[in-house]
Design a protein around this ligand. Structure first.
Ligand SMILES: CC(C)(COP(=O)(O)OP(=O)(O)OC[C@H]1O[C@@H](n2cnc3c(N)ncnc32)[C@H](O)[C@@H]1OP(=O)(O)O)[C@@H](O)C(=O)NCCC(=O)NCCS
Length: 172
């Protein structure tokens, strides 16, 4: 895993000093609305664990990049590679202060392009809560198409059943 640069962003491995920034953007109900696995409130110990887990992904086939704007860590982009299947799942999250500026698309595109080459991928896919229109906007801009609906896939933040939608693209 190396550093990637885009027009506005640096994508790099996590570092111990990312804890404060991670806590700042992840301690936010609205950020975590469609991500029920993220604890709310998001405490310092949650942030420390999050940074440690992400640091440990460096050099694996499921790396998480920290998304850095200026001097601030504002989010993540990660891939989970299935080497035998030559496919990867793409994930991304950007803190609320930076929404609506095309930054998630810019960051995710850079990691997707890198991963296709690095892991010789034939397919990239992602899935999200069917209500998460922002995420689906990013996936469409990355060239993915809606492929399937996993009805009642998991339980949402409020205990509601959640339909998960799958997007994907053939990158051969
Ligand atoms: C979803 C998320 C990544 C979008 O980030 P972003 O930087 O605001 O996205 P972009 O600015 O790159 O937007 C991409 C497209 O989606 C659209 N979009 C973004 N947020 C939207 C929303 N809430 N409703 C409808 N469309 C939205 C944009 O308009 C844009 O399309 P356009 O250029 O044609 O206008 C961000 O809101 C986020 O991180 N949310 C919390 C974590 C999360 O849900 N991650 C995804 C998990 S699958």
């Amino acid at each position: 895993m190396r550093e990637l640069r885009t027009q506005r962003l640096l994508l790099r491995p996590f570092r111990p000093e990312d804890v404060d920034d991670a806590m700042a953007y992840r301690d936010d109900d609205e950020f975590a609305r469609f991500l029920p696995h993220i604890p709310q409130p998001f405490t310092r110990s949650d942030a420390e664990a999050f940074v440690a887990v992400n640091m440990a992904t460096e050099g694996t086939n499921s790396p998480t990049f920290g998304v850095v704007l200026g001097d601030t860590l504002i989010g993540t982009v990660n891939v989970e590679v299935d080497e035998a299947g030559q496919s990867a799942m793409l994930g991304f999250a950007i803190g609320r202060p930076w929404w609506g500026r095309g930054l998630a698309t810019e960051a995710a595109r850079a990691v997707m392009v890198w991963a296709i080459e690095a892991f010789d991928l034939r397919r990239v896919w992602a899935s999200t809560d069917d209500r998460n229109l922002g995420s689906q906007g990013v996936l469409r801009k990355l060239g993915m198409q809606r492929e399937a609906l996993r009805a009642r896939d998991h339980v949402g933040r409020g205990g509601e059943p959640v339909d998960e939608v799958v997007y994907g693209v053939d990158v051969t």
